[in-house]
Design a protein around this ligand. Sequence first.
Ligand code: SF4
Length: 66
Amino acid sequence: MKFEVDKDLCIGCGQCQATCPEVFEIESDGRAHAYVDKVDEDLEADARDAMEGCPTVAISCPNDEE
Ligand code: SF4
């Protein structure tokens, strides 16, 4: 499973990093990035929580669209 951050939508609030730091981090540009290409199963729930908690809906999961 893979997650993506739309940097045009991200406001850099840090919520995703706080919820799932194993997958998301705030980069030097102040926007979040999903730095894990393939999220382990045991992290999927936390990563999904981060996605669903994003206030600007900037996080997507391309696998969901297949
Ligand atoms: S929760 Fe959303 S808006 Fe906040 S830093 Fe993460 S991707 Fe950006």
